[in-house]
Design a protein around this ligand. Structure first.
Ligand code: DGY
Length: 322
């Protein structure tokens, strides 16, 4: 008997075909996210599940799915998975690191530039038919080249953004992270570890790339926003919940922050109305890793992990409990 795998969300047909070579596969063929109870119902009798960043794999689900042995996500972030509950039950969890690093860094940098140079704000102005003449001070933003790039969370993606800033745009890089990079990693970027308040105070462009957890919930709230320069920009390609969106909307409305760029939101796909109303914020629908090639690599890695684990091998990219 082949093991049974549930692909809990729509994914490339090639990925499902590859899984069918090894498993009895059930799929979610609709563009809907199954709520936890539906997921529990569908998972009965399945040993593996293919997920991404939204399926709620929590302790209740783990307890209710006794045959489950592998939870393999095509996302790098795994705050939707209770890794400790899985580990306690011997369920192997995997994520998809590395394959999306450069793509996500490209997008983070693009968002940061769009906020600094007021790209979407100017485009909306043009599309609204308001552009009548050139003017010396119209839509002036802030330079990116030569500015201070602040990074909160200096993991793989943070380092890739730092490389773009330091080597491509001559930016001074400062960062805050629980652990410092090795001197050999800091040196080529002239990157400097600073405490969080220094990061907030000195960054011209602050980019958030910290994983979401209870510890990083509202890492940027009213207190932190008040410490930033009024000329600064804030970019979030991490997770909704890292930023207090209500506090950010208020800071943007009061021009206590020049601009923001957000790919992720608290309670997405809902977006705080204050952010939707603010002209000085670039908003994108959680697409930082969205290139065809990268999404294919992410999905392939999740499938390869399922195949490795359910055929008795070692997972390729396991997530271990903290
Ligand atoms: C990830 O991989 O964590 C991205 O945010 C896509 O969900």
């Amino acid at each position: 008997m082949k093991p049974r795998v549930l692909v809990a969300r729509q994914v490339f047909a090639q990925i499902v075909a590859r899984l069918r070579e090894h498993f009895e596969v059930s799929t979610n063929d609709e563009p809907v996210d199954w709520p936890r109870d539906e997921l529990i119902r569908r998972l009965q009798g399945h040993q593996g599940v293919f997920v991404a960043a939204t399926e709620p794999i929590d302790a209740t689900l783990v307890a209710a799915c006794p045959e489950l042995r592998a939870v393999c996500s095509m996302a790098v972030g795994y705050n939707n998975i209770d890794v400790a509950a899985c580990a306690a039950r011997g369920i192997v969890v995997t994520n998809a690191p590395d394959v999306l690093t450069e793509t996500t860094a490209d997008f983070g940098f693009a968002l940061m530039m769009a906020a600094a140079r007021r790209v979407t704000e100017s485009e909306h102005y043009l599309r609204a038919g308001l552009w009548k003449r050139w003017s010396h001070d119209f839509s002036c933003g802030a330079d990116v080249h030569g500015a201070t790039l602040g990074i909160l969370g200096m993991g793989r993606i943070g380092q890739a953004i730092a490389r773009r800033g330091a080597l491509g745009f001559g930016m001074r890089v400062i960062y805050h992270n629980r652990s410092r990079l090795a001197p050999a990693q800091e040196a080529p970027l002239a990157a400097r570890w600073v405490d969080k308040d220094t990061l907030l105070a000195e960054a011209d462009h602050l980019v958030l790339v910290v994983p979401y957890s209870a510890a990083s919930h509202h890492a940027i709230g009213a207190r932190e926003l008040a410490r930033m320069k009024p000329s600064a920009t804030l970019t979030n390609v991490a997770r909704g919940g890292v930023v207090d969106d209500a506090a950010l909307a208020q800071a943007l409305a009061e021009r206590r922050l020049a601009a923001a760029a957000l790919d992720v939101f608290e309670g997405e796909p809902r977006v705080h109305p204050g952010l939707l109303a603010a002209p000085n914020v670039v908003l994108t629908p959680h697409i930082a890793s969205a290139t065809v090639a990268t999404r294919m690599k992410m999905a392939t890695l999740a499938a390869d992990n399922l195949i490795a684990i359910l055929r008795g091998g070692a997972p390729l990219t396991p997530v271990r409990p903290a």
